[in-house]
Write a protein that binds this ligand. Structure first.
Ligand code: HEM
Length: 404
């Protein structure tokens, strides 16, 4: 990539000023400016930033773009993720045909039909957590009492990971997605988690249960179609992706609704259809996967008169796409009755979120259940004192103190 004398603006997820639900102010300035602009990463390297929705949808489907994080120009988000990128490879950072060969092992596990069938069980888990919150009485931290245990319990059941070990894997998972982790910390967390999951899958060869990792053990590990390492890396991806993301949507979404009482009332009192719509709008408005979809160009690609050169780093800023005025009217407003389904919160193209049907079921049940159980739910601290996750790969809140 050719360098100019003035350094391009920093690509940062920090939100020192402005609304905590909006993309970082420096980034928002890029919407409506050039379709492609240059940014400086944490390590001083440059990357192309693609801002518009239409360009991102086209690019994320383009075969001339690679998700392989071992490529030298890959735009990592931190020193730790840069140093650990060759470890624990799973299909989220593979290109075709390898990506699809691995991903399709799991597509049947996350179909709409399979996820819809989980509704009663997810509902029961929600009721149990809300009962415990009610019994303990206010105040509570919504993250530890509800937002994190819900998706964690659900993904544990689905995968067949013992929930008793949650303190261990939640800590490891948080360390992996924390851009402040040192190289040693991130490597240790990842190695520990992968070794734990590898042993678990291996045990399931002889003691299978009715769960996804048992299927992986019997159909793939036992038959030699996959190695223990591959199974462990896939389990790690599913476990981390399965609870970090949804947990943050529940907590940050609740926080946003508490700031928008009319929207909150619409979710609390809405029917299933309007709640489903509200979930899409919250996904759009909050875009918790705020570090962008990161790629490397494999060939010269032209966007809006600019040529991205083969070998250059590219970031599709899905948080900006979700605020693109060409696609969403008044994009900075939270309007739970709008048609928001075209959002890119789950990405786009071959790597589009495998777990989106599960996330939708959890979110569609979690928000109304929480708001109906505690109609007087409120923040127990001023919004300015809520610790937002500006340094994490997945945005959200570290804690959400609430009372009712
Ligand atoms: C991929 C977001 C929940 C598993 C992705 C991607 C995004 C995303 C943006 C695309 C990555 C890329 O293009 O580089 C979210 C959000 C969620 C959520 C916002 C919750 C609200 C889940 C859940 C699972 C999951 C519950 C459960 C297993 C995955 C996997 C991939 C993925 C395995 C990789 C897909 C591939 O590369 O083919 N997710 N996700 N996600 N997500 Fe999710």
């Amino acid at each position: 990539m050719t360098q100019t004398s003035a350094a391009p603006p920093a690509w940062t997820s920090r939100r020192a000023t402005g609304c905590p639900f909006d993309p970082p102010p420096a980034r928002s300035a890029l919407i409506g400016a050039e379709p492609v602009s240059r940014v400086t990463l944490w390590n001083g390297r440059a990357a192309w930033l693609v801002a518009r929705h239409a360009d991102q949808v086209a690019l994320l489907r383009d075969e001339r773009i690679s998700a392989d994080n071992r490529r030298p120009a890959y735009p990592s988000v931190s020193a730790a993720s840069e140093a650990t990128r060759a470890h624990n490879r799973a299909f989220i950072t593979m290109d075709e045909p390898e990506h699809n060969e691995q991903r399709r092992k799991f597509t049947g596990d996350f179909t709409v039909r399979r996820m819809e069938a989980l509704r009663p069980r997810v509902g029961a888990i929600i009721d149990g957590l809300l009962d415990a919150m009610e019994k303990a009485g206010p105040p509570a931290d919504l993250v530890t009492s509800f937002a994190l245990p819900l998706p964690s319990l659900v993904i544990c059941e689905l995968l067949g990971v013992p929930y008793e070990d949650h303190a261990f894997f939640q800590r490891a998972s948080a360390c992996i997605v924390d851009t402040r982790s040192t190289v040693e910390q991130a490597l240790a967390a990842s190695t520990e988690l992968v070794s734990y999951l590898g042993d678990l899958v291996e045990r399931k060869v002889s003691e299978p249960g009715d769960d996804l990792l048992s299927r992986l053990a019997t159909e793939y590990l036992a038959t030699g179609r996959s190695t223990k390492e591959e199974c462990a890396n896939e389990a790690r991806l599913l476990l981390v992706a399965g609870h970090e993301t949804t947990a943050n949507m529940i907590a940050l979404g609740t926080c946003a609704l508490l700031q928008h009482p009319a929207q909150l009332a619409a979710v609390r009192d809405g029917d299933a259809r309007s709640v489903a719509n509200a979930v899409e709008e919250l996904l759009r408005y909050l875009t918790i996967t705020h570090m962008g979809r990161r790629r490397v160009a494999l060939a010269d690609i032209e966007i809006g008169g600019v040529t991205i050169k083969a070998g250059d780093a590219v970031i599709c800023a899905n948080d900006l796409a979700n605020r693109d005025p060409e696609v969403f009217d008044e994009p900075d407003a939270l309007r739970v009755d709008r048609e928001a389904r075209r959002h890119l919160a789950f990405g786009s193209g071959p790597h589009q979120c495998l777990g989106q049907n599960l996330a939708r079921v959890e979110l569609q049940l979690a928000y109304p259940a929480l708001l109906r159980r505690f109609p007087r739910l409120r923040l127990d601290r001023p919004l300015e004192e809520v610790p937002f996750r500006t340094d994490m790969v997945v945005y959200g809140v570290h804690e959400l103190p609430v009372a009712w």
